[in-house]
Design a protein around this ligand. Structure first.
Ligand SMILES: *[C@@H]1O[C@H](CO)[C@@H](O)[C@H](O)[C@H]1NC(C)=O
Ligand SMILES: *[C@@H]1O[C@H](CO)[C@@H](O)[C@H](O)[C@H]1NC(C)=O
Ligand SMILES: *[C@@H]1O[C@H](CO)[C@@H](O)[C@H](O)[C@H]1NC(C)=O
Ligand SMILES: *[C@@H]1O[C@H](CO)[C@@H](O)[C@H](O)[C@H]1NC(C)=O
Ligand SMILES: *[C@@H]1O[C@H](CO)[C@@H](O)[C@H](O)[C@H]1NC(C)=O
Ligand SMILES: *[C@@H]1O[C@H](CO)[C@@H](O)[C@H](O)[C@H]1NC(C)=O
Length: 859
């Protein structure tokens, strides 16, 4: 008991103290940031430069003082240019290690045409051109004769034995975005004025974090985009270790300086030329999800620190049911284990986990349990016994197991880079309990967390070793930010090989980096119940979206602190428009499940939840489209309106796909809000919060709001599929009919898509059992067709209702044509909203057969 309390106290202390983070000056960054002061400049030794079989340029760079020789590689491809630079001596010393690291990022390419003279080497591939200048060494990347980026134009290249840095300038850019995760505005700021530190990428458990800050949080994605009215680009680099990034806004140009804790730097420059192109090019670098998530991932999830017994879980579920509140899963933290030992259950409080899972399964609900990469060092604990005897733990330099304090007490950390250790960790997910496909996992404390704020910023110290091959070791620092990737892979493989062949995995994670195999849900961290934290959740998740982490959410209501009722309701309304929708709160605050509130509050929360559930078909279709187009699910306005300058810095609105603009109220006591509607005179936006009133996309407009208001707009020209029957789980909506919203544009046209499968299995993949539908509306006629003609699925619900916004007048008949068979007067027709909405009801249109539906006005 004392032990438990002690651990609790320790945990709370960690979370409530603002972690003291290292400044740039306190790390390798301090010295590098001063370059070129104190560092030599480089030139390309042309006698060493070779272009191998039109594939790549290789050559040596030598420092002016002759102290260093660097190895250079440049590749051009259709959409990007790759540049790798590393120290030759370090490369020789490290041998396999570097190839191990480089391997994980190398993108083989082919070059078509090269010319070679004494001063420059020009590489071209389709529209990409890289001009490599020999002395002083720099590279200009061009796309169709427009300069996209200059590498080392300022001569700030540094390679040391344990760090590297490179300057890259992007002409034509006004803003920079990306490099999640920071608690920061969407548009990144200049870091080189005054006493600001660069943006830092260093996965660590940062507890209650500062807002509008360049400090590192628990996740790192080294993808940065630049954007201006005429040109967009982006850069990826080998930020597998700690990185710092300086950003300077120049006159129509962005200067970046990337500092990396590794003796090599590999970068990929994206051609753009639009921001959507650049984001698509960034997607090619990431390990993007290829498995559809369970449908329930998109519903609402409830967590607290911590539901402590199976009775508490069942009681919670009953309360949700009684209050008619939808719920998909209940989350348990380490408290569910037997004394902090992952892969075990507390024998008293969770005496019958299989029984509990069965009860939840009867309602289509799930249990999510926390699992860590840190293993409690307790004699007799089967995981520790195996991991220590087989040497699966991360080592100290002297070869002993590293031991650190984490939530369970003294722990050692699985070395996932060691293939055998990885295999072993994977095998843990074949324990009998994981056969239940409603037992889901949340990988927590996986930065990884060590309770050592003072010395090591709550994560592993830097002088540790990973065993990447038998008795071959690699400095842990090289892969610090990617540690979590290895754990995710191990978990994915473990769960994948254990689940019934057909099931889809659900792996939520606290930390993340470059791997996302199955739409891993992520959260913005241990936030606080304040308006500022609610506000920043939008730019944080939008930044994640640009970096191709799709399933992002913030703890609804805030983790720490106590939200007042207004903030609480607003958070549910806003949270419904972020991809991952989960409430979570600390152990020392009063219960905060929606059912504990008054009817008034409960009703608004319920409405927010129902609004989310009504749009599940839209979310699901966009998720599917990620797997085929890699376009993010949520997008900042500038993604679709890249020439409208006002969109470049909009933080508090988002686009769900291209067609829904959400601008929930995130200010205390708001009676009016200003919402920016983009697109100009020719763009129509229908206010679904106000009788589908049609507005033009002419910029900021003022809306009166009350506590029930959630400003959300459908784009004219879109067709949106909803399911409006209120249900308590996503599964329960499956056979409910669709309502199609046909939102006409200024030329009375609209189009849209809808994806349907069985929501559960991999049959969409193995058996092409799905429907991917296109809808198009022109000349008063709706045409529904299969986009993927060879795919088919029997179980799709029918379309039960169609609403046309800004419809033709006097429609008295709807004619249906299926395979040349024509039926008249088959729908109930009514107008509302002074003729601005036309409703066709009492339909039952099967989506498997293409149909045409024509609206016929009276003559
Ligand atoms: C590059 O420099 C290294 C070290 O001096 C040397 O061994 C190597 O041969 C050089 N590469 C070429 C292509 O000359
Ligand atoms: C490089 O320059 C030298 C001297 O200026 C000249 O002799 C040589 O032909 C040039 N090589 C090429 C490939 O142009
Ligand atoms: C964990 O469980 C114990 C019961 O053994 C309980 O007393 C404690 O408060 C729980 N801790 C948290 C953080 O919920
Ligand atoms: C569970 O989901 C299935 C469809 O996936 C549905 O038919 C069934 O009615 C659901 N059960 C409950 C209790 O909602
Ligand atoms: C309206 O929508 C139709 C169908 O998608 C499209 O062909 C047309 O170009 C759109 N008109 C405008 C002004 O966007
Ligand atoms: C709905 O359609 C059925 C036949 O398709 C018809 O019998 C019924 O009267 C219709 N109901 C309404 C309310 O129009």
């Amino acid at each position: 008991m004392f032990k438990v309390i002690f651990r609790c106290v320790l945990f709370l202390t960690l979370l409530y103290n603002i972690t003291s983070q290292k400044t740039c000056a306190e790390t390798f960054c301090g010295k590098l940031r001063k370059s070129p002061k104190g560092f030599p400049s480089y030139s390309l030794d042309l006698s060493t430069a070779v272009v191998v079989e039109n594939h790549k340029l290789m050559g040596n760079l030598s420092s002016e003082d002759g102290t260093r020789i660097l190895y250079l590689e440049v590749f051009c491809s259709v959409s990007h240019t790759l540049v790798g630079i590393e120290d030759i001596q370090v490369q020789q010393q490290m041998g396999n290690v570097n190839s191990f690291i480089r391997h994980s990022s190398s993108v083989p390419q082919t070059l078509k045409k090269t010319t070679n003279d004494n001063e420059t080497i020009i590489l071209t591939f389709v529209n990409t051109k890289a001009v490599v200048y020999a002395n002083p060494f720099k590279i200009e990347v061009h796309y169709k004769d427009t300069l996209v980026a200059t590498i080392n134009g300022k001569g700030r290249l540094v390679i040391q034995n344990s760090a590297a840095a490179l300057d890259v300038t992007f002409p034509g850019a006004q803003h920079a975005y990306g490099i999640p995760l920071h608690a920061e505005n969407l548009a990144l700021r200049t870091t080189t004025n005054g006493d600001m530190d660069p943006y830092r990428l260093y996965n660590h458990n940062s507890g209650q974090y500062k807002l509008k800050s360049t400090e590192a949080l628990q996740s790192s994605v080294p993808l940065l985009y630049t954007h201006g009215k005429t040109q967009s680009s982006g850069i990826f680099w080998t930020g597998f270790s700690q990185s710092w990034v300086d950003i300077t806004h120049g006159n129509n140009r962005i200067d970046t300086y990337i500092m990396n804790e590794m003796a090599l730097i590999g970068t990929v420059i994206f051609n753009g030329p639009t921001i959507a192109n650049a984001v698509a090019q960034g997607a090619l670098i990431r390990n993007n999800p290829f498995t559809m998530p369970k449908y329930s991932t998109l519903g609402y999830h409830q967590s607290r620190n911590s539901y402590a017994s199976q009775n508490e879980v069942l009681n919670l579920i009953n309360q949700f049911k009684t209050a008619n509140l939808p719920l998909e899963s209940v989350w348990l933290d380490i408290n569910h284990t037997d004394n902090g030992k992952y892969f075990t259950w507390d024998p008293v409080r969770f005496s019958n986990p299989i029984g509990l899972l069965n009860e939840l399964a009867a309602d289509n609900r799930s249990l999510v349990i926390t699992i860590g990469p840190h293993i409690k060092r307790e004699k007799g604990y089967f995981v520790h016994e195996e991991a220590s005897s087989k040497r699966y733990y991360i080592r100290n330099i002297d070869g002993t197991d590293y031991i650190g304090k984490s939530l369970p007490g003294e722990c050692s950390y699985i070395d996932f880079v060691n293939p055998n250790a990885m295999k072993y960790y994977s095998s843990l997910f074949s324990l009998e309990i994981f056969k239940a496909d409603n037992l889901l996992v949340f990988l927590d404390l996986n930065e990884p967390t060590v309770f050592d704020n003072e010395l090591h910023e709550n994560t592993l110290p830097s002088n540790l070793l990973l065993e990447y091959d038998e008795e071959s070791f690699l400095p842990y620092t090289y892969l610090h930010n990617r540690y979590v990737d290895y754990q995710l892979r191990a978990t994915f493989l473990g769960i994948g090989s254990n689940l019934p062949l057909q099931a889809r995995p659900f792996i939520a994670t606290h930390s993340h980096s470059m791997i996302d195999m199955s739409f891993n849900p992520v959260i913005t961290g241990d936030n606080y119940a304040s308006w500022e934290h609610l506000q920043i959740s939008f730019p944080m998740c939008l930044s994640e979206a640009l970096g191709h982490t799709n399933m992002c959410g913030a703890n609804v209501g805030g983790f720490a602190g106590i939200p007042d009722e207004e903030l609480y309701q607003r958070w549910y309304q806003a949270g419904a428009w972020l991809p991952f929708y989960r409430a979570h709160f600390a152990s020392d605050v009063p219960p905060r499940e929606p059912y504990v509130y008054s009817d008034k509050v409960k009703n608004r929360v319920r409405n927010a939840l129902y609004q989310r559930y009504a749009h599940l078909p839209v979310w699901y279709t966009l998720v599917w489209e990620v797997t085929i187009t890699l376009k993010p699910i949520i997008r900042p306005l500038l993604y679709h309106y890249p020439k409208e300058e006002a969109t470049f810095t909009i933080d508090n609105e988002l686009l769900l796909g291209a067609d829904i603009l959400a601008a929930p109220v995130v200010k205390r006591g708001a009676l009016m809000v200003s919402v920016y509607l983009p697109g100009g005179e020719s763009e129509v936006w229908y206010n679904i919060d106000d009788n589908y009133k049609a507005l033009r996309g002419v910029g900021h407009q003022i809306f009166n709001v009350n506590l029930d208001s959630v400003p959300v707009f459908y784009r004219g020209g879109s067709i949106i599929a909803r399911k409006d029957t209120p249900r308590l789980t996503s599964a329960a909506t499956v056979s409910d009919p669709y309502t199609l919203f046909i939102c006409l544009n200024t030329t009375n046209g609209a189009s849209g898509t809808l994806y349907v499968d069985d929501y559960e299995t991999m049959n969409y993949f193995w058996k092409t059992e799905y429907l991917y539908m296109g809808f198009s509306f022109t000349d008063n006629s709706l045409y529904a067709y299969k986009i993927h003609e060879n795919a088919d699925y029997e179980g799709a619900a029918p379309v039960g209702e169609i609403l046309v916004l800004n419809p033709p007048r006097n429609v008295v008949n709807a004619r249906l044509e299926i395979r040349h068979k024509i039926r008249d007067n088959f729908a109930t027709i009514s107008y509302s909203n002074e003729g601005h909405v036309l409703k066709l009801s009492n339909l039952s249109l099967n989506l498997r057969e293409p149909f045409r539906l024509t609206l016929l006005p009276s003559v």
